[in-house]
Design a binder for this molecule. Structure first.
Ligand code: UD1
Length: 368
């Protein structure tokens, strides 16, 4: 019997964990692979990291790089230095990076220079907006990756347009929904919405954390006003991201928001608790990427407070719409009145993406 092939799975920040977990479980079940998790430490608070490892059945990371927060250059550079050491020591046959955070691009750059093949899971997404740090990370990662696993046809199209050879592109679907299906029973049985006194379809879930929404005082103050008005029509529950908490406090906006009847601010939640809130919500108000996809999968109206999205299929096929901050209230009313498309699930968003990734890797290592 040949020795199992070493694969590094890189996890860094909250939205990465639900993409890494299904692949970890699938690789571990296949004797052809020895999968190891590298946590860069970009997110480190217990409720931004450990809670997800526990919920998703992930083991202690095999390597923890502890890079922490910092400017973009600091964070990216620290990941590169720390991961290079691990990669040189272990020389994985493949390294898998996911999503579009700073660690994703940093690890792709290290591997490209060490000639370690990289697979990018969630490749090909483009907002066309280079003011978003994630768009820069997506471009860098995709130009360097040897294997590009896309979630939807627009991803393939973007890559082809940028000159990526077709042989490198494989459409595998959306792995986030594998995590949802793996944990669906626990999500449905979880009592988070009930514990917060929220009745099914009688509240909205809010998440906001993009620098473009929360780092500028006037923009964030406008959003706070809109949410306070919207709360007159619908209860809102808002798990507050650490970046957003910091900015609400710094701009003196926290008390007004927290003191508004109908608005419940809570700490960031684990995956199961958060998805329990989402599955029972009337709608979501968000600037997250993942939530646009999860609401499309569940047919729940999603009001995305951004000028663009790298996930256009959630609009063309799903229940997502881009909303200007000033138009939040009228969109909440529209969704509550049923003036909102329910959409459908895009092809290959079916809970089987991890299996397709494993089959793809098997072909690449010559045992497919
Ligand atoms: C990062 C990703 C973003 C992703 C988001 C999900 C990049 C460029 N951005 O943004 O794409 O949507 O994660 O959450 O990679 N902080 C804590 N505890 C933590 C982590 C962060 O308190 O565990 C605070 C720190 O003050 C930090 C700030 O949050 O400076 C921002 O964290 P950072 O990782 O730089 O970016 P995010 O906004 O989380």
């Amino acid at each position: 019997m040949t020795a199992p092939v070493l694969i590094h799975l890189v996890a860094a920040a909250r939205p990465n964990f639900m993409k890494v977990a299904p692949l970890w479980h699938a690789l571990r079940a296949d004797p052809a692979f020895d999968a190891r998790i590298v946590h860069t430490g970009q997110h480190y608070d217990a409720n931004m990291s450990d809670a997800f490892f526990t919920d998703l059945g992930l083991p202690e990371p095999h390597h923890h790089l502890s890079v922490g927060s910092g400017s973009h250059a600091e964070q990216t550079a620290r990941v590169m230095i720390a991961y290079e050491e691990v990669a040189l020591r272990e020389r994985p046959a493949w390294t898998v990076v996911v999503g579009d955070v700073n660690s994703t691009a940093a690890v792709a750059m290290v591997c490209a220079k060490l000639l370690i093949p990289v697979a990018h899971l969630e490749a090909g997404l483009r907002s066309g907006d280079r003011t978003m740090p994630e768009e820069v990370n997506r471009l860098v990662t995709d130009v360097l990756a040897d294997l590009l696993w896309t979630p939807s046809p627009d991803g393939d199209e973007n890559l082809r347009r940028e000159g990526v050879p077709a042989a490198r592109i494989e459409r595998v679907g959306n792995i986030m929904l594998d995590s949802f299906e793996l944990l669906r029973a626990r999500i449905e049985a979880d009592g988070t919405a009930a514990r917060l006194g929220l009745g099914a379809r009688r509240y909205g879930v809010v998440t906001l954390h993009r620098p473009s929404n929360v780092d500028d005082r006037a923009t964030l103050a406008g959003l706070v006003d809109q949410l306070r008005t919207a709360a007159q029509s619908l209860d809102l529950v808002f798990p507050v991201h650490p970046r957003t908490r910091k900015q609400l406090l710094a701009f003196g906006l926290w008390d007004a928001l927290a003191g508004t009847g109908g608005i419940t601010l809570v700490e960031p939640l684990g995956y199961v608790q958060f998805m329990n809130l989402v599955t029972r919500a009337a709608l979501a108000i968000t600037d997250s990427g993942g939530l646009q996809e999860e609401t499309t999968y569940l047919g729940i109206p999603c009001l995305t407070v951004r000028p663009n999205t790298e996930r256009p299929i959630t609009i063309s096929e799903g229940s997502n719409r881009l909303v200007k901050p000033a138009e939040l209230l009228e969109n909440v009313r529209g969704a509550l009145d049923g003036r909102w498309p329910t959409g459908r699930r895009p092809a290959l968003w079916d809970g089987q993406t991890a299996a397709r990734c494993v089959a793809s890797l098997r072909r690449r290592i010559g045992c497919g």
